[in-house]
Design a protein around this ligand. Structure first.
Ligand code: GLP
Length: 271
């Protein structure tokens, strides 16, 4: 696992977007061999999306040959609901870049047969050749996508019941009215994320400090599902200083030193 510690949220977003841009450019995607990108929602990746849009507008990257798979979607609200993840992605990324509509994949939380939808989603990822890079965020309780504490570390795309903590956290987008927050969601599983060739997770702010500590310093444990990243051969966590406050000083120093001595860090900033 690489832990990149940047001074603030802006730099976390910049680093992450440039890393993703570099991965896309390196893979030289074509129509026949597209780059497959896994994507999250939440407030954390918004800065990264802004930077990706900037990179697109400056002609550094194109989304023409990129296929995307989103991590999750609420059940019980229509796609065009202002708080659906479908709407979030359209507003924060898809309407702002040259991605083809047919290359966008988001689990359909309004499908008649939700179980069939989950199976089909996994099949679609497989048919696309697997995910090259999965971008993610972490909930305060350590969930990744909607894999809440206690989720099987071998799980795949399925229906999940949200915890009260997550419902409360996400109620900020529903006028703080808990009754308006969907109680269930479709989510890729932990194993779906682990199958990606690379995983990059963005973390910021004091409220994520305990989750980051458990991700980096804790044991691999289903109560902090993000800790599974320790088992991924190519996982990167990009954090701001604030989110590191629960970790040991020695741990923070250790990862900073490794990155300072990294002869090939992915810190090339295109713009
Ligand atoms: C939701 C999403 C997660 C996201 C988490 C944290 O529960 N399903 O993918 O990582 O929220 O969100 P935020 O970045 O807003 O803190």
């Amino acid at each position: 696992m690489r832990l990149i510690i940047e001074k603030d949220y802006k730099n976390v977003s910049k680093w992450t977007a440039n890393y993703i841009a570099q991965a896309i450019i390196k893979s030289e995607p074509t129509r026949e061999k597209p780059f497959v990108l896994g994507l999250p929602t939440g407030s954390t990746p918004i800065g990264t999306y802004k930077e990706l849009v900037r990179l697109y507008k400056h002609g550094v990257i194109s989304f023409e040959n990129i296929i995307t798979f989103n991590m999750d979607e609420y059940i019980g609200i229509p796609q065009n609901h202002p708080q659906s993840y479908f709407t979030f992605m359209r507003e924060n990324l898809f309407s702002l870049v040259d991605i083809k509509k047919e290359n966008i994949n988001i689990p359909n939380g309004s499908a008649d047969d939700l179980e069939a939808e989950c199976l089909a989603y996994e099949e679609k990822i497989k048919a696309a050749g697997g995910i090259d890079l999965f971008l993610g965020g972490i909930g305060s309780d350590g969930h990744i996508a909607f894999n809440e504490p206690g989720s099987s570390l071998k799980s795949r795309t399925r229906i999940k019941t949200l915890t009260q903590d997550t419902i409360i956290a996400n109620s900020r987008n529903f006028g703080h009215d808990l009754t308006k927050v969907p109680k269930t969601a479709l989510t890729v599983g932990i194993q779906t994320i682990m199958d990606a060739k690379e995983v990059i997770v963005v973390v910021n702010g004091y409220k994520k400090a305990l989750a980051l500590k458990n991700t980096v310093e804790g044991n691999v444990n289903h109560m902090w599902t993000c800790s599974i990243l320790q088992m991924h051969p190519h996982a990167i966590i990009v954090s701001d200083e604030e989110a590191t406050v629960e970790m040991k000083i020695g741990t923070v120093k250790y990862f900073k030193e490794i990155e300072a001595g990294n002869i090939n860090p992915a810190t090339q900033l295109y713009i």
